[in-house]
Design a protein around this ligand. Structure first.
Ligand code: SF4
Ligand code: SF4
Length: 344
């Protein structure tokens, strides 16, 4: 069981400050963001644009506050900012190992939804608590997380079914003419002090009603341990084309593969880490061409069991954050929540 990060987070002085609340007028919001942009890289959600390569909403560096798209969660998750799609772990020249330099500008993320934030919390459990990864740590140390609470879910998400935690430096709640802001960490408290001109302290401004999220979709049970042999899983795996879009879009999935790229001199090269997907047949292929999960059914079930059961067995947290991105983005329109709900 590894739960150091979340335990530390809960016990910290900062976590106890979660009740500290502020407001910021919407009239001051744009000016506040402009000041943030002067000091940091601001990363926020932007709408998809069919005329450009990015056809779906995603997180991107914001140059002007009017670029922000705050209507709903993004189609793509934010995880690309914490993992390089081709991370050079080290270079080598004969016996000599050359470590890469990790230098990052501080980034403020704005508009993260609870599903995104809990995804980051789960990555922290794996890449900070379980085995500290210097690349991930450097990016997390340089990041400041501002959430935006969803009042309404979309057609795909079911976050109320998966026990999400409060995990943020600051959380914004839209209250019409103003945002209410909740402080989650010491970093959050210090950030508020830096911009004290625009934030007004107002205790108990956030009501239980403000904290609610109205989901259209529901996962009826998180207990699937006795359903492994249920034939209903085939409703999903028979349609699955093994593209891996579900794991790419998932804010939690973080599996990777490591390759050595050797130059023609057979002396120099580098070791790189790239994302991988449990939905691809070769993911469990080993020497002798043995494939541990050779059947699509086994791969499909593995993904769902990891999301709902295996991670929880190890870390006491449900991995899935209920964002529904894997359902929205699946080319075969496989709805695994519906499959579970319909199991007898
Ligand atoms: S996105 Fe859909 S079709 Fe593609 S691997 Fe995942 S479940 Fe299968
Ligand atoms: S498994 Fe699907 S619904 Fe759950 S967090 Fe991943 S993408 Fe979202």
């Amino acid at each position: 069981m590894v739960k150091g990060h979340i335990e530390m987070f809960k016990k910290s002085l900062l976590f106890q400050m979660i009740m500290v609340q502020f407001t910021i007028d919407k009239g001051d919001f744009e000016g506040f963001l402009r000041k943030v942009i002067e000091k940091y890289d601001l990363i926020g959600p932007v709408e998809g644009d069919k005329s450009k390569l990015r056809r779906k909403s995603l997180f991107r560096k914001i140059v002007s506050p009017d670029e922000l798209f705050l209507e709903k969660k993004t189609y793509f998750p934010v995880k690309g900012y914490f993992f390089d799609p081709k991370e050079t772990l080290f270079e080598f020249d004969g016996d000599k190992i050359i470590d890469p330099k990790i230098e990052l500008k501080k980034k403020v993320f704005f508009g993260l939804r609870r599903c995104d934030l809990n995804g980051i919390m789960h990555q922290d459990m794996v890449f900070l608590d379980e085995n500290e990864d210097p690349f991930y740590k450097a990016r997390r140390d340089a990041s400041f997380l501002i959430g935006l609470h969803c009042n309404e879910g979309d057609d795909y998400c079911f976050c109320n079914s998966v026990e999400l935690k409060d995990f943020f430096d600051l959380m914004f709640y839209d209250k019409g003419k103003e945002y209410a802001v909740e402080v989650g960490t010491k970093k959050g408290e210090e950030f508020i002090k830096k911009f004290s001109g625009v934030f007004k302290k107002k205790d108990k401004i956030i009501t239980e009603e403000d904290r609610k999220i109205r989901n259209k979709k529901k996962l009826d049970t998180l207990d699937i341990k006795d359903n492994y042999d249920d034939d209903s899983w085939k409703k999903g795996s028979d349609l699955c084309v093994g593209c891996g879009a579900c794991t790419l879009l998932c804010p939690n999935c973080h599996c990777f593969t490591i390759e050595d790229e050797v130059n023609f001199d057979l002396k120099t090269g580098k070791r790189v880490r790239k994302p991988a997907s449990c939905q691809l047949r070769h993911f469990t292929r080993v020497a002798g061409d043995h494939v541990f999960r050779n059947e699509k059914l086994a791969r499909f079930k593995h993904r769902i069991y990891h999301q709902i059961q295996y991670f929880k067995d190890r870390h006491e947290e449900v991995f899935c954050t209920g964002c529904g991105r894997c359902i929205e983005g699946c080319p075969a329109r496989i709805d695994w929540v519906k499959i579970i709900n319909e199991m007898k």
